[in-house]
Design a protein around this ligand. Sequence first.
Ligand SMILES: [Zn+2]
Length: 308
Amino acid sequence: MRAISILRLSRQLAKCVLHHQMRLQVRNCNLAACSLQHNNANLHPIWKGPLDIPGGSRQSPIDIRVRDSVFHPNLAPISTQYDPNTCLHIWNNGYSFLVEYDDCTNKSVVSGGPLENPYRLKQFHFHWGANNDWGSEHTVDSKVFPAELHLVHWNCSRYRTFEEAIMEENGLAVIGIFIKLGRHHEKLQKLVDILPSVRYKESLTEFNYFDPSCLLPTCSDYWTYSGSLTTPPLTESVTWIMMKKPIEVDHSQLAVFRSLLYTAVGEEEKNMVDNFRPLQPLMNRTVHSSFEPALKMSNFKKADVQAG
Ligand SMILES: [Zn+2]
């Protein structure tokens, strides 16, 4: 009985959180204010199945609290080596658009940082909002960005396939990059130009020469923590590497993202927007940083002065 009611409660809570996800910038759900009167008709179909992992303790995304992150001096910069020739195609999977890579060899990999061996690039995709006030999955001290890029890699030393790695500990490494509104991103434009050809769900088009390292910020500082996929199956197999500095794109580029559709040809059109998962509890986890937080340093100096 107890297990059932907890399950019901967690489902109700998840529905409420998702309701907020679809409509509001407010990311914290007040269960009392979220009655069942809100049907889930507006929910994306991927969220109509199981919404969380029973007993999950390392779910993503999270709010990164800068002052609570722990500087780890042994965290080296990550190193990416991507061969643009391994780029295969771009497709609309009905939730985002994916640029997929040939992962039969080690030609496109990330290594270093918290990773014990190279991880192969499988695909990258984005999450974004209906407007510029929200859209990212992770947040930094509750700051939300209009979009977030995920470069998804899998541990080819430990597992035979991407599908196997998804389900296992240390299976995946995802580099997350915040996107803010600003200057036109010249290199991203090649991708933006081809997006109208994958406007509808399930459309796929050739896209065979693209080096995603052009989408990394120049600053190599990052946070890292143990988390999960942010789409079903939500497995807790991801080492997250969240770059500290956002990259900039301009309004016209985000507008093309928002012109994509969740729906297939012939269906009632629904724009692909707000395709992010709500924040998940940190629980018993530590976010490590590869850099010394400036805030802590200034506090330290202040304390020094006062002590002197
Ligand atoms: Zn993602």
